[in-house]
Design a protein around this ligand. Structure first.
Ligand code: VGL
Ligand code: ZN
Length: 242
């Protein structure tokens, strides 16, 4: 891509030091490919049984991300995982609303909400992480969606868009500038988590081949468009520095 003075942006960036969150704060774009160093965190989103084949809200190919994420996580010095963690009778479940079926929409006090099959119920097998997911590198697990009346796709801020989970503070306190986001599902929890990471001032990268999507009526294409508009970079595992 040619920059303002005809200089290829990629070669400019290659020689530049990490500008990270500072660049985002100035409205500048983050580096195209993140440095993986002590100021970069991997955020693994919702790699749980219910989002894998055989689960209550199975994402096609959801389990295929497991070996990809296991290999990737070994290269990061900060790894955080999120876990969808709903009480029985959660308001995002279609079964909690008479006459409603899964995948219909409902108006909640905080906005429109997709209604889901019951999934990731606290303490259930479906809420557990996939058995093949290597939890060894995980330094923190952020549980979300545990309040009955409010959902949380994002690992940072609940669906009311005001209640923080604490992840922003955790990452800031550890000096994190860059976040690399992987997991399930690309168009819901990965999407919201990545946009909130960028909004909080972290450089945000979604690794496409380490994610799988639900793709509900075009939601995947919309998610990628929204992410691009909100300074989330779309990359592949092969793009990451060795
Ligand atoms: C998710 C729908 C409902 C996700 C969680 O992890 O993407 N999607 N709850
Ligand atoms: Zn959920």
């Amino acid at each position: 891509m040619a920059g303002a003075f005809g200089i290829d942006r990629r070669s400019l960036m290659a020689g530049a030091v990490a500008v990270g969150a500072a660049a985002a704060a100035r409205g500048a774009r983050a580096q195209e490919i993140p440095v993986i160093d002590a100021r970069t965190a991997l955020i693994v989103v919702d790699v749980q049984n219910d989002f894998c084949p055989g689960g209550k809200l199975a994402v096609p190919g959801g389990d295929e991300v497991v070996p990809v994420i296991n290999a990737l996580a070994k290269r990061f010095s900060h790894v955080v995982m999120t876990q969808d963690w709903h009480p029985a009778g959660h308001s995002s479940f279609a079964s909690s609303h008479t006459g409603k079926r899964p995948f219909e929409m409902i108006a909640m006090p905080y906005g429109q909400q997709v209604l889901w099959p019951e999934h990731c119920v606290q303490g259930s097998k479906g809420a557990e992480f996939h058995a093949g997911l290597d939890m060894t590198p995980a330094q923190a697990v952020i549980r979300k969606g545990y309040r009955r009346e409010v959902d949380s796709y994002s690992g940072f801020v609940e669906a009311d868009r005001t209640t923080p989970t604490g992840l922003t503070g955790y990452l800031r306190e550890r000096g994190i500038l860059r976040t690399v986001i992987v997991g399930l599902a690309t168009d819901f929890c990965v999407n919201w988590t990545a946009q909130d990471a960028a909004r909080a001032g972290f450089d945000a990268y979604v690794v496409e081949d380490a994610c799988r999507a639900i793709d509900l009526e075009g939601s995947l294409a919309r998610a990628w468009a929204e992410m691009a508009e909100n300074d989330v970079s779309r990359i592949k595992t092969a793009d990451l520095p060795g």
